[in-house]
Design a protein around this ligand. Structure first.
Ligand code: HEM
Length: 366
C-alpha cells in the first residue's frame, strides 16, 4: 500500500493519510504549511503546546523544556529505579505478574506525578484521569464517539478543579516541583494564567503515561518472544539502548499524528486543499523500505535508526529522554530479577483497540 499509494484521501474520515518516510518527514518539518492548530479545540490537550504553532509554541515549550533535558532527566534515575523496585516488590510471589498493571502502567504515572508535585495519596485519581483522557472509543460509531466525548469532558472538569487547587497552593507556598516552576515562569515578562498551567499539566499526563507504558510493555513482549535476544542483552548490557530504539521503531507507541494544511499544497500526486486534515503515519514511515534495510525485521543493534516514533520537527517529543530512561531502568531491573522471561500459559494477545496507540492490554509473564 505504501509503495502503490503513498498518499491517499479517506472519504470516511475526511483526511489525507501520508505513509512514506520522506513525506511524513517533510510534513512534520514544515509547520508553516502543516499546522498543529486544530480548527476545533477538544476537551483535552488541544489548548496546550501540542496544538500550537510558532512563535507561541516555542515560547511556551521553552518554559518546561529545561525540566526535560537529558541532563535534568538523568538525575531522576535513582528515584525511577527505586519506584520500579518498589512496584516489583509489591507483586504477589506466585511466579507470575502482569507486566502492564504491575509495572508498565504505574511507573510513568508515579514519575510524572512526582515531577509535577502531586501528593502520593492522589496518585490513584491521577491514574484514572490519565486513562480516561487517552482512552479511544469502543468503536467508530457515533454513539460510542459521543459517549467518549462526554466522558472526557467530565474528566477535564475534574482535572481543572484539581489542578486549579494545586496551582493556588503553590502560589501561596512554592515547592521544588514543576507546578511551582510553571507558576513562576514568565513569557515576554508575563506570568502564565491558571488555565495555561492546567493545560501544561494535562498534556504531561496525557502525552507521557500510556506512551511510556506501551514502550516498556512492547519491549518486554519482544524479549519474551525471543529467548536468544534475552541472552544477548544479558551478556551485552550496552545493547539495551539500541534495543529500545528498535522497539520504538518496530512497535511505535504512537502510530499517527495530525496536521492541518494552511494553504493548498501538493504531496506526491495529491492536491491537498487549505484547511484539510492530514494524518502522517509514523507506524508506516518506520517501516519504509526506502529508509530502512529489512524494515520488517527486528534488528536489536540497528544503527543508525532514524525512526520517527517521537515525532520530528518543532513538536519533537519533549519527554523522549524521560521515556528512554524509564524504559532502560525498568528493563534492567526486570532482567536482574527474571533470568528467562516467558509468557504465562494460555496467554493470548489482546491488542489495544486503537488506530492511534500501539500496545497490548495485558502481558502476564513468568
Ligand atoms: C510530543 C511520542 C513519552 C511529553 C510527542 C510527539 C510524539 C510523542 C510522536 C509529537 C506530537 C506531534 O508532533 O504532534 C511519545 C512516545 C513516548 C512519549 C512514543 C514514550 C515512549 C513522553 C513523556 C512525556 C512526553 C514521558 C513527558 C512526561 C510530550 C510533550 C509533547 C510530546 C509535552 C509535545 C511537545 C510539543 O508540542 O512541542 N510525543 N512521547 N512524551 N510529548 Fe511525547
Amino acid at each position: 500500500c505504501r509503495e502503490s499509494t503513498p498518499v491517499r484521501y479517506d472519504p470516511q474520515r475526511e483526511c489525507w493519510d501520508i505513509f512514506g518516510y520522506e513525506d511524513v518527514y517533510n510534513v512534520l518539518k514544515d509547520h508553516s504549511t502543516f499546522s498543529s492548530v486544530r480548527p476545533i479545540k477538544g476537551p483535552v490537550l488541544l489548548g496546550s503546546i501540542i496544538g500550537m504553532d510558532p512563535p507561541k509554541h516555542m515560547q511556551m515549550r521553552g518554559i518546561v523544556s529545561k525540566a526535560f533535558t537529558p541532563k535534568s532527566i538523568e538525575e531522576l534515575g535513582p528515584r525511577i529505579a527505586s519506584i520500579a523496585e518498589e512496584l516489583l516488590n509489591a507483586v504477589a510471589h506466585d511466579g507470575t505478574m502482569d507486566l502492564v498493571h504491575d509495572l508498565a502502567v504505574p511507573l510513568p504515572v508515579i514519575v510524572i506525578a512526582e515531577l509535577l508535585g502531586i501528593p502520593a495519596q492522589d496518585r490513584r485519581l491521577f491514574k484514572e484521569w490519565s486513562d480516561s483522557i487517552v482512552k479511544g472509543p469502543a468503536s467508530g460509531n457515533k454513539e460510542d464517539m459521543h459517549r467518549l466525548y462526554l466522558e472526557r469532558e467530565k474528566t477535564r472538569r475534574e482535572l481543572d478543579e484539581y489542578f486549579l487547587n494545586v496551582i493556588a497552593e503553590r502560589r501561596n507556598r512554592p515547592e521544588d516541583d514543576l507546578v511551582t516552576k510553571l507558576v513562576e515562569a514568565e513569557v515576554n515578562g508575563e506570568r502564565l494564567n491558571d488555565m495555561e498551567i492546567v493545560e501544561f499539566c494535562i498534556l504531561l499526563l496525557a502525552a507521557g503515561n500510556e506512551t511510556t507504558t506501551n514502550l516498556i510493555t512492547n519491549a518486554v513482549r519482544r524479549m519474551a518472544e525471543a529467548p536468544a535476544l534475552q541472552t544477548r542483552l544479558q551478556d551485552n548490557p550496552a545493547l539495551i539502548e539500541s534495543f529500545i530504539e528498535e522497539v520504538l521503531r518496530y512497535y511505535p507507541p504512537v502510530l499517527s499524528l495530525s496536521r492541518y494544511a494552511t494553504k493548498d499544497v501538493r504531496i506526491g500526486h495529491a492536491d491537498i486543499r487549505k484547511g484539510e486534515l492530514i494524518i502522517p503515519w509514523i507506524g508506516s514511515a518506520n517501516r519504509d523500505e526506502s529508509k530502512f534495510d529489512q524494515p520488517d525485521q527486528f534488528i536489536e543493534d540497528r544503527t543508525p535508526n532514524p525512526h520517527m516514533s517521537f515525532g520530528f520537527g518543532n513538536h519533537f517529543c519533549l519527554g523522549a529522554p524521560l521515556a528512554r530512561l524509564e524504559a532502560k531502568i525498568a528493563l534492567r531491573i526486570i532482567m536482574n530479577r527474571v533470568t528467562n522471561i516467558r509468557f504465562a500459559d494460555h496467554f493470548e494477545f489482546k491488542p489495544i483497540r486503537s488506530t492511534f496507540v500501539y500496545g497490548v492490554e495485558e502481558l502476564p509473564i513468568l
